[in-house]
Design a protein around this ligand. Structure first.
Ligand code: ADP
Ligand code: ZN
Ligand code: ZN
Length: 747
């Protein structure tokens, strides 16, 4: 039998993950040791026994075999959270195609070295209102340093001394008076008890009347918990319309799991992780819950993971990466808004949180709950086939709250009848009506920028980025910006292609819509929410809070306004151009359009007053738009699945894309031609595999790299994984130029 080798990392910390050591596996342990196993090994020149984790197995030794030491033994009975996470990394590498290093870095938190002296933190002791008042006073009195610090406290109640000194340029002379007045405290070590900075706000924790689940909610919780108690571990999909109370069901089930002494992870898309959401969990679970988000530093996230490992907390709420919380006895994973694109990683390994969660759940004997008002076609298909257990919430949870009534407006007809405004006559009438009644309105435009792009009226060319092959976006300051690479130029006076002076903007971005609202409804106060207005920390929350407080009657925004808050006073949602997302060049654009429209429609009428939705479109007969207007998921699903089956798209068929990128166009063509020939020679001996391409990527040139994409489809997933492995070998050993990079993506 050939020798077997294992690559072992000694300690789980960032640096060591990069440097695994190779050991021989003794015959007695062959077949027993796998990725994630904890082993005893002789280490260093004195061969002192240490323990380490196996991260990879191999039949090849990278250097002189005679110098390779042997693993002494297996550490018995110690399946730790880390060993599970390493096994998960190994699975991700195999499944999605990446290096083990990339996979390990994804699942293992980064340990940051705290350098030098103990860290000091400044903690704000003021309530928000007093803080605001103190800040304004400091500004008036021109205490500039003090004002900067107080302003910073508005977004973060605890600030490392180092940050205050370096970035805010604060000296102790500015801080001392604040300490003396009891406004600020200095902590030598901050315990990160409360990463959201929320517990301090007592008024939000009090006056909380517990919610009594309605019969639909209770039935789901009872059924799920009953099955859990009888030892069944499974994946459940909760299909609940917007506002049906899914979160309450999650919390009920978590509470049950927690009583059994097990832990839970709750994934929520970052954009929905608002103050309100965080508070709901705090109110119910107090300091047993913690949060992470992408704005936290690696060190802060690491601290929260440490608390999970030590058993200080039993519930972790966060975006995709919260899945890797090292709980010792994980009993439940919940993925809210499971259809969200943010659950798919954009970095290698390009894992989907849904699939990775299923693997983790299996490892630790946990169940998995997926929830959505608009489940992904993939998940719903599995639920229909009985692979997932399907639960349905068909009513709004709050008494008297009903789904909104939707109307579709055909924009072609509006134009033909002489209305060139972005507001159809029906929408205008309804906006006026709501303004009169003092109710609120949301206007949704799936675009950003002042006017999306400009093109030439003489030759028809759009002004494009020289690096990326995409149209440039015109901003209000008169510059044209590439949203892929950041390239920017002043707006040209003449067409770069033909020199004609007749350049004009098309389409309307949120800025332009806002300007038009102001013009058409001069009495109404408006707010705008898009990438530009929310880019600063806390910007998103601030705008939503202002709107919730009634500071404006109309909120104009992009996708961002679609999720998150409940606004009881919003009784009208206008979708200005429903079909923009239908034009995206990929097979799931119909699904994305349905999801966006349904979620947007779900914003209307959350309170006592019935809501209305106006959907403006050039494609009033498209099933995604019709189904969204009727809030009819079944209709959408049936049509969409029929289309996917017909076209052999996922989830009917499995699909893998291979993207090759290279700065040299010729070189790329050569390699991709060779790959195509080799695949064609071998592939068609495999039954039922379809190949498209390699073709130029939709954006052929990006960041000065040329890109080609190959699509492989098969009903059989295992065959696709086999082909991918074959390709990995081709790119590794096939005499391929070094400046060519490859990325795999399973759809
Ligand atoms: P979803 O997650 O399905 O959108 P939520 O759980 O956020 O729904 O609930 C929507 C609203 O209804 C929230 O304000 C919530 O507090 C309220 N709610 C949920 N369940 C009930 C219930 N059983 N009784 C009264 N109000 C409820
Ligand atoms: Zn031109
Ligand atoms: Zn560009």
């Amino acid at each position: 039998m050939a020798d077997q080798y294992a690559r072992v990392i000694i300690d789980i910390s960032h640096e060591k993950v990069d440097r695994p050591f190779t050991y021989r596996i003794p015959d007695s342990l062959c077949g027993v040791i796998k990725a994630g196993s904890r082993v005893r090994i002789p280490f260093g020149s004195g061969n002192r026994e240490r323990t380490g984790y196996v991260v990879e197995l191999s039949e090849k030794a990278e250097y002189d075999k005679s110098k390779i030491k042997e693993i002494s033994g297996l550490v018995e009975g110690s399946v730790t959270a880390e060993s599970q996470l390493i096994e998960l990394a190994w699975w991700m590498k195999e499944r999605y195609g990446s290096t083990m290093n990339q996979a390990l870095k994804t699942v293992l938190p980064v340990k940051q070295q705290v350098k030098g002296a103990q860290k000091k933190y400044l903690r704000c002791l003021l309530e928000r209102d007093s803080l605001l008042a103190a800040w304004k006073e400091a500004e008036q009195k021109k205490y500039k340093a003090r004002a900067r610090l107080l302003e910073a406290f508005l977004s973060s109640p605890v600030i490392p001394w180092e940050t205050a000194a370096r970035q805010l340029n604060i000296t102790s002379a500015a801080v001392t008076p604040l300490i003396e007045k009891g406004m600020v405290a200095v902590d030598s070590q901050y315990q990160y008890r409360d990463p959201a900075g929320a517990i301090g706000k007592k008024e939000d924790l009090e006056g909380n009347t517990p919610i009594i689940l309605n019969s639909q909610q209770q039935a789901i919780a009872d059924d799920f918990c009953g099955r859990y108690d009888s030892g069944i571990r499974e994946t459940a999909l909760i299909h609940g319309i917007t506002g049906s109370g899914k979160t309450e069901v999650y919390m009920e089930i978590i509470s049950h799991i927690q009583k059994m002494g097990r832990e839970a992870i709750v994934l929520i898309p970052e954009i929905s992780l608002t103050y309100q959401t965080v508070m709901r969990f705090y109110r119910r679970f107090g300091n047993k819950v913690s949060f992470i988000n992408s704005k936290m530093s690696a060190g802060e996230r690491f601290d929260q993971f440490e608390r999970a490992k030590k058993g200080e907390i039993s519930i972790m709420v966060g975006p995709r990466s919260a899945l890797f919380t090292p709980f010792p006895d994980l009993g439940l994973i919940i993925i809210d808004e499971e259809h969200e694109a943010a659950y798919k990683s954009e970095l290698s390994p390009r894992y989907h949180a849904r699939e990775a969660a299923a693997f983790r759940a299996k490892q630790s004997g946990a169940s998995l709950i997926l929830g959505s008002a608009t489940p992904s076609v993939e998940s719903y298909k599995k639920a229909k086939e009985g692979i997932y257990r399907l639960y349905t919430l068909s009513q709004r949870a709050k008494k008297d709250s009903r789904l909104a009534k939707a109307e579709i407006v055909d924009l072609r007809k509006e134009l033909a009848e002489g209305n060139k405004s972005v507001f159809s006559r029906l929408l205008q009438k309804k906006i006026e009506d709501r303004l009169e009644k003092g109710q609120q309105i949301m206007l949704f435009m799936n675009r950003r920028g002042y006017s999306n792009f400009i093109s030439c009226r003489s030759c028809g060319e759009a002004v494009k980025c020289p690096h990326c092959d995409v149209t440039l976006t015109l901003h209000r300051d008169g510059r044209m910006v590439c949203h892929y690479c950041g390239y920017s130029v002043p707006k040209p006076l003449n067409c770069p292609s033909c020199g004609s002076p007749y350049l004009a903007g098309f389409g309307a971005g949120t800025q332009k819509v806002e300007a038009m609202v102001r013009e058409r409804f001069p009495g109404a106060k408006t707010l705008r929410m898009d990438m530009d207005t929310t880019s600063k920390k806390g910007g998103h929350e601030e705008i939503l809070a202002a709107f919730a407080a009634g500071e404006a009657q109309i909120l104009v925004g992009t996708q961002m306004i679609v999720k998150g808050h409940d606004f009881p006073n919003v009784t009208l949602v206008g979708i200005l151009a429903a079909d923009i997302s239908l034009y995206a060049p990929d097979f799931s654009s119909g699904e994305r359009t349905f999801q966006l429209l349904t979620q947007a429609a779900g914003r209307a009428g959350r309170g006592q007053t019935a809501g209305e939705v106006v959907i403006q479109t050039y494609a009033p007969d498209h099933y995604s738009i019709l189904a969204a207007a009727r809030q009819d998921y079944q209709m959408f699903f049936d049509r969409e699945m029929a289309y996917r089956r017909l076209m052999h798209y996922p989830p009917a068929w499995g699909m893998v894309t291979v993207q090759m990128a290279c700065p040299d166009e010729q070189g790329l063509a050569e390699v991709s031609g060779r790959l195509e020939d080799r695949l064609k020679a071998g592939l068609f001996k495999l039954p039922g595999v379809e190949m498209i391409g390699p073709v130029n990527a939709p954006i052929y040139k990006l960041h000065d790299l040329y890109r080609k994409i190959l699509y492989l489809k098969s009903e059989n997933y295992d065959i696709l994984i086999k082909i991918r492995k074959w390709m990995e070998d081709f790119f590794e050993n096939g005499d391929i130029r070094k400046d060519l990079t490859v990325q795999y993506d399973f759809l």
